[in-house]
Design a protein around this ligand. Sequence first.
Ligand code: NAP
Ligand code: MG
Length: 398
Amino acid sequence: MEKIKMTTPLVEMDGDEMTRILWKMIKDELLLPYIDLKTEYYDLGLEHRNETNDQVTVDSAMATKKYKVAVKCATITPNAARMDEYNLKEMWKSPNGTIRAILDGTVFRAPIVVKGIEPCVKNWKKPITIARHAYGDVYKGSEMKIPGAGKVELVYTAEDGTQTKELVHNFDGPGIVQGMHNINKSIESFARSCFSYALDTKQDLWFATKDTISKKYDHTFKDIFQEIYDAEFDEKFKEAGIEYFYTLIDDAVARVMKSEGGYIWACKNYDGDVMSDMVSSAFGSLAMMTSVLVSPEGYYEYEAAHGTVQRHYYKHLKGEETSTNSVATIFAWTGALRKRGELDGNKELMEFADRLEKATIDTIEAGEMTKDLALITTIENPTVLNSEGFIKAIAKRL
Ligand code: NAP
Ligand code: MG
């Protein structure tokens, strides 16, 4: 059989621990036999990040700007324990944070829906994709404990020295206060990423804030989304037959619960933090959650939403059998290959991505799965496979 040709490389970001083991298996069993795989390889494994003083992470993000599509393996974000374990020169920053800062992107997370892994919410039939704004608000807030009676004000000093003041509260006893901010430019990027991704995936976009209470702060989010929608996306949405829909956050929550899914839910930073955990756990499993970073310029970086599955890796190192779910990592590859195919007009590559996803879903629906899914499936007597066995079962169907 002749292998599928690629014209432009993908940026390949290798990673750590158990997902690094899966990464190689996926390439060997599911990709290399069928595709003349062209990638520009960056080793984001912690050892190599340490050797290069983390330059490799920056290089991989710059390469993503050049080639527009990247696929990333999960990576360790170092903490004190990792400093010792890997004998690190520095506590390197989260690679995802570094890449996101360079690409200025928004992260979209969506569950992979499979028969037999049923969401807790009965009426959810299609995935709900969460888009979380990743800058500012309470995550960059400053706070004070107010010890006793006194006045708290917000003060803005313009460059020419003129001041504008707004009373926060006249305290008559102890209390607390918080100041937070956001930047129009960041909200604009967030809005553009959301609208572009909705067009890309042909799904409606929902956005919600508390603008009735927060008449300047949250209202600015609402206004910026609406202005950008009207100026740049209205016609494109109509052509694509999709809708942009704004509502209050509490109304959105009620509607989400009663919906059947199949849309993107854009959230402010805190709402996205909370709601993404709610949506992902209600859909069943972190190992079935995909993640894609979309920049406002249209660069895409695909990955699994879970981490490096450290506990399984230590078992693997001891020579024990593991049953680690590779679905989200496989879907990171298919997402990237499909996008590469789309940008290059390479239909064969896009069809291959569809086939690989179908083979993966069919394998689970036929009752062959890893242990994490076997524990929650409604399929009777599932066959529990080990990490490699599951990938081989997909290869057989493929
Ligand atoms: P994790 O790797 O997501 O795993 C947490 C637990 O969830 C696992 O121990 C396992 O439970 C279960 N799990 C997650 N993915 C699974 C899969 N594919 N198959 C089966 N079970 C799965 O989170 P962590 O252990 O807290 O973090 C490990 C490392 O990952 C950390 O160094 C962290 O910095 C990094 N991390 C990276 C990213 C990223 O690169 N995007 C994201 C998050 C975390 P059981 O042990 O019960 O089987
Ligand atoms: Mg959280």
